[in-house]
Design a protein around this ligand. Structure first.
Ligand SMILES: Cc1ncc(C[n+]2csc(CCOP(=O)(O)OP(=O)(O)O)c2C)c(N)n1
Length: 625
């Protein structure tokens, strides 16, 4: 069946039994690909029938579907002509793991960060109305993403303005782990009612007749609506804020889904269809461990075991150290925006359930709450991925830094993260945090330094950022570990010909480059500075070194704008250091696509080999003895 699917038209031609068969084949295909390439498995397995139904009822690209987060679009990509290409999923130059407008005109809007879909769909619907067109616009959003402020702000606007559009609420009771919050409580009330399809024979009979019967559809819908209201809905929340609520409907029943979608098409104003799905559906191991299989690396299909051995990573080191510190200091609390496991807080949550807060996929709220708790005497530690910290920028400035509150902001997955691509690369955080007055910004060279920085941060009594990368520490071990001092860099090795200044994960690279260069050019010595603090930067140490060597390079895992390169340039200007040759290694002023970290480092010339080769030209001939 799958071989024949080259476009949505091919799906539309299938009868219901064929569609069910297709669903099973798609599941197998996705399992094959994700077990090889890694990716978001459980969320995709949960929306196979929903995606088939959507493509059966709507016509893309005329109709628009905005997928929230967009991690669940593998089936959509298969159906819209990208079946074979999906084998390159998340690989360099291959199919992206999220919707990309440049990949297909059926991907109408790029996503990657949670809770944006309803706003974007509303915008498209409004633009459609202004043009006098009549296509359908839908947002597909999970119950997890619905906890995000932007989604709730959008519901508020849609319901009130009565713009015609449909919100498909894909409710699997899970964010990455179990969903939380008041919205979740509301949904669980709705969920516990019998599904729409089973609840009322009267309703069922009416709906079954929709395509063929002679009665005007509007009348049927009015009757259905009344029936639903009387028989099914235990609370009128969505209706009260202006939506027509349909559901709940079994998200694995293609026929029922198609009926609901057809009804929504005919209704005026905003409609919300509450779809119940099972995360990981059809792959028992994922059904039992939906959080583990939310996003996975390559794994063995039989056992579910990861193909690569899981090594210790920075998140885990942060989490373990935090537990240790929390035992000593009861003011320490931890806050997560729905990423307990990913950010290393699992153990903390177990040991200190009263001091652990999962606040939903709501990073701006996380920092707002942290500011309040800090004001109240707690020491909040808030690990959030670098690209998701973008969400909380105003809260960092307005709520935390302006009031100089002691919030420890752990910026996990800082730098290039690889296969998740441009929405998830953490290359901008140094640039935007550096602008914020009162912030201290640090980045550790290895695990040990992260532990020291965390301890330093919880005792600093000021707003502080610690940024660290995805994955483990470099295989190049650096033993030297000077005591941390606010705003002091660490000279890892002294030299007379060249200064290399690095921060965070690039420090090990700097050491390797320095050693290589010294080996190749006998007599040449290189000074390596572990910057440690991007802010306040150690101007004096940098000045003394540059004045001596007159040659400086910077290496960082972030954008060229307003990070380490800029900070060092400012030192050179302010300290009026003359006759210095400077070279900067950083990512360009652009968005970085998906690929492995190693590939991307090479492409953007920040890898060890490129820097080494470059340096031979950079250092003048007479210097290289
Ligand atoms: C702003 C932001 N924060 C965090 C994430 C990480 N994240 C990706 S998917 C996800 C859970 C989404 O849950 P839900 O919307 O219910 O979708 P499901 O995967 O369960 O289908 C989270 C927290 C994100 N993509 N964007």
């Amino acid at each position: 069946m799958l071989e024949k699917i080259n476009s949505p038209e091919d799906v539309k031609k299938l009868n219901i039994e064929e569609k069910k068969e297709l669903a099973e084949e798609i599941r197998k295909y996705i399992l094959e690909i994700v077990s090889e390439n890694g990716g978001h498995l459980a969320s995709n397995l949960g929306v196979v029938e929903l995606t088939i139904a959507l493509h059966s009822v709507f016509d893309l690209p005329t109709d628009k579907i905005v997928w929230d987060v967009g991690h669940q679009t593998y089936i959509h990509k298969i159906i819209t002509g990208r079946r074979e290409e999906l084998k390159t999923l998340r690989k360099l130059n291959g199919i992206a793991g999220f919707p990309k407008t440049k990949e297909s005109e059926t991907d109408c809007f790029n996503t990657g960060h949670s809770s944006t879909s309803i706003s974007a769909a509303l915008g498209m619907a409004r633009a459609r109305d202004l043009k006098g067109e009549s296509n359908s616009v839908l947002a597909v959003i999970g119950d997890g993403a619905l906890t995000g402020g932007m989604a709730l702000e959008a519901l508020n606007d849609v319901g009130w303005s009565q713009t015609k559009m449909t919100v498909i609420l894909n409710d699997n009771e899970m964010s990455i782990s179990k969903n939380i919050g008041g919205v979740n409580m509301l949904l669980s009330k709705l969920r516990t009612k019998k599904t729409y399809n089973n609840s009322s024979d009267a309703v069922k009979r009416v709906i079954v007749k929709i395509p063929g019967i002679g009665m005007p559809i509007v009348k049927i819908i009015q009757r259905i609506k009344r029936s639903i209201k009387q028989l099914i809905i235990p609370t009128m929340f969505f209706e009260d804020i202006g939506f027509k609520y349909l559901g709940p409907v079994d998200g694995h029943d293609i026929e029922a889904l198609e009926r609901m979608l057809k009804i929504s098409k005919e209704l005026k104003g905003p409609v919300l269809i509450h779809v119940l799905t099972k995360k990981g559906k059809g792959y028992e191991i994922a059904e039992k461990n939906p959080d583990k299989f939310h996003a996975t690396g390559p794994f063995n299909l039989e056992t579910g075991e990861g193909k690569k051995k899981k090594k210790k990573d920075y998140s885990k080191v942060m989490g373990e150290k935090l537990v240790e510190l929390a035992h000593k200091n009861e003011k320490i609390v931890a806050i997560t925006a729905s990423m307990k496991d990913g950010t290393g807080l699992t153990q903390f949550a177990k040991e200190f359930p009263k001091r652990f807060f999962d606040i939903g996929i709501a990073e701006q709220h996380a920092i707002g709450v942290a500011a309040g708790m800090a004001k109240g005497g707690s020491i909040p530690v808030v690990p959030i991925y670098a690209s998701f910290y973008q969400r909380a920028y105003d809260q960092v400035i307005h709520d935390v830094a302006m009031q100089n509150l002691p919030v420890v902001m752990c910026v996990d997955r800082a730098g290039v993260v690889g296969a998740d691509g441009e929405t998830h690369q953490g290359t901008l955080d140094m640039a935007f945090f550096r602008l914020v007055p009162n912030l201290t910004i640090m980045a550790p060279k290895n695990f040990k330094e992260l532990e020291d920085m965390l301890e330093f941060a919880v005792n600093l009594n000021k707003p502080v950022v610690i940024r660290y990368p995805r994955g483990g520490e470099d295989e190049y071990k650096i033993e030297k570990q000077e005591k941390l001092e606010l705003g002091k860099a660490e000279i890892l090795k002294e030299g007379k010909d060249l200064t290399i200044i690095a921060i965070g994960k690039t420090v090990a690279r700097a050491m390797k480059v320095a050693k290589k260069l010294e080996q190749e050019k006998e007599g040449t010595t290189v000074e390596v500075i572990n910057c440690r603090f991007l802010k306040p930067i150690d101007s004096q140490t940098i000045k003394q070194s540059i004045e001596k060597t007159k040659h400086v390079i910077t290496i960082e895992d972030g954008t060229i704008i307003n990070g380490l390169a800029t900070a060092v340039q400012e030192v050179i200007t302010e300290e009026q250091i003359e006759g210095v040759k400077v070279k900067n290694y950083a990512y360009p002023d652009n968005y970085i696509e998906h690929g492995s970290v190693e590939e991307l480092e090479k492409i953007y010339h920040v890898d060890e080999e490129t820097i080494e080769n470059d340096l031979k030209d950079f250092l003048s001939e007479e210097m290289l003895v």
